[in-house]
Design a protein around this ligand. Structure first.
Ligand code: FE
Length: 349
C-alpha cells in the first residue's frame, strides 16, 4: 500500500524519472485543469507533479455538468487544457459536446487497457470504480446472492434499496446491462427490481448503505469506495455502520452474460478542444498514469488503479477477489440515452 501522507518523498524520484525521460524539452509552463473531482482527491498529486516538472497546475473544481457547460460557453477562449470527471457516461457526454479533442498518446495506450479508454482517444480512464451488490450481513447469507439479474427474485421483495435513476452510476450500470442481455430483458430486470424496493429511490450511495445498516433494506447496488470510506473513517459510528455490511461480487460464474463479471466504471480525463498547453497536459496525463501516482490516486478514494500490477489498498483487498465486466466502457456512454428511457419505462424513479 502507498502511504497517504508521505507521498512527496515516495513519488518524486519515480515521477521525475518517468517524466524527464519523456518530455524534458517541455519542462516548465502551465496546465489548466477543470476537474469534477473534489480537490482533496487530486490536489496533492498535482502538487507533486509541479515539484517534479516545474509545470504549474491551475485547478478549477466544480460539478461535471457545470464545468462542461463552462467549456461550451468559453469556446475557443477557454483556459482549460484538461477535463477530469467521473463515470464513462459523463466522459462520453463531454466527447459528444464537441469540447474534447482526440489525442493518441502511446504511453497511455500501452498502460491503460483498451476497455478503459475511448477508442478514438477522446478520454482516458485513470481510476476504476466497482459497483457490486452490497448486503446487510445480519440478514443476508451471501449464498442467496448470485447476479444483478437475480435481484428480481421474490425473496428480495421489500428488501432492496436503490439510488435513483437520475444517478449516472445507475444509468451506466443499465447501459452495461443493455449490452449484456438486451433492452427488453433489461427493462424486465428493472421492473422486477422496482417491484422489490423497500422504499422509493432517494439519496446517494452512502444513503443506501445507511439504509442497509438501519434495517430499512437488506441489499443494494453501490460503488465500493463509499463502503471503503466508512471503513477508513475516523468516526466510530461510520466504522460500526460499515461492519454491518459486506460486498458481494455478482455475475462471477456461468456462461455468457450471466458470468460477465461485476459492473465497473472509471474516472478519467480528456484533452479540451481549445487547450493552449497540449504538451503540459500530456505530461500531466502521463504522470497520472504512472505507477506511484496510480496507486495514490486510486487509494485516496478507495478506487482501483487502471494500470495493471499496481497494488491496491487493504480496504479494497478486504472486499475480496472479483471478475470485472470486460465491456468497453465507451459503450456505457453510447447506451446512456436508451438506458435513461428504459429506466423511465420500468418505473425506476
Ligand atoms: Fe461517487
Amino acid at each position: 500500500m502507498i502511504p497517504l501522507n508521505p507521498i512527496n518523498t515516495f513519488l518524486l524520484p519515480v515521477v521525475a524519472a518517468i517524466f524527464f525521460s519523456a518530455t524534458t524539452a517541455q519542462a516548465g509552463g502551465i496546465v489548466n485543469v477543470y476537474s469534477a473531482r473534489k480537490e482533496a482527491l487530486i490536489k496533492p498529486l498535482l502538487d507533486d507533479f509541479t515539484v517534479a516538472t516545474g509545470i504549474q497546475v491551475n485547478l478549477i473544481t466544480g460539478k461535471a455538468d457545470a464545468l462542461l457547460k463552462r467549456l461550451q460557453v468559453e469556446g475557443s477562449a477557454t483556459p482549460a487544457d484538461l477535463f477530469i470527471t467521473v463515470d464513462a457516461g459523463r466522459l462520453h457526454r463531454a466527447k459528444e459536446s464537441g469540447m474534447l479533442k482526440p489525442v493518441s498518446i502511446p504511453v497511455l495506450e500501452q498502460r491503460i487497457p483498451e476497455d478503459l479508454r475511448d477508442s478514438e482517444g477522446y478520454w482516458y480512464g485513470l481510476t476504476l470504480r466497482a459497483r457490486p451488490i452490497i448486503y446487510a450481513k445480519e440478514r443476508v447469507n451471501p449464498d442467496e446472492l448470485s447476479t444483478y439479474e437475480a435481484l428480481v427474485d421474490a425473496q428480495w421483495k421489500g428488501r432492496l434499496c436503490l439510488r435513483s435513476s437520475q444517478s449516472v452510476y445507475n444509468q451506466s450500470l443499465v447501459a452495461a446491462t443493455i449490452d449484456a442481455i438486451g433492452p427488453e430483458a433489461s427493462q424486465q430486470w428493472m421492473q422486477g427490481m422496482v417491484n422489490n424496493l423497500a422504499k422509493a429511490p432517494s439519496g446517494g450511495d452512502t444513503d443506501q448503505l445507511k439504509a442497509l445498516a438501519a434495517g430499512v433494506c437488506d441489499v443494494t447496488i453501490a460503488n465500493t469506495y463509499y463502503l471503503g470510506r466508512l471503513i477508513n473513517s475516523s468516526k466510530p459510528a461510520d466504522k460500526a455502520l460499515a461492519s454491518k455490511l459486506s460486498v458481494f461480487w455478482p455475475n462471477q460464474s456461468g456462461a455468457g452474460a450471466v458470468g460477465r463479471g461485476a459492473h465497473f466504471n472509471v474516472s478519467g480525463a480528456g484533452f479540451t478542444k481549445y487547450g493552449k498547453h497540449p504538451e503540459q497536459a500530456q505530461a500531466l496525463l502521463e504522470y497520472l498514469a504512472s505507477g506511484p501516482a496510480q496507486a495514490w490516486y486510486a487509494d485516496i478514494n478507495n478506487e482501483y488503479p487502471v494500470v495493471q500490477g499496481v497494488a491496491i489498498s487493504p480496504a479494497l483487498e478486504g472486499f475480496g477477489r472479483y471478475k470485472m465486466d470486460s465491456i468497453a466502457l465507451e459503450i456505457l456512454g453510447q447506451n446512456n440515452r436508451q438506458a435513461v428511457q428504459l429506466m423511465d419505462r420500468a418505473g425506476w424513479k
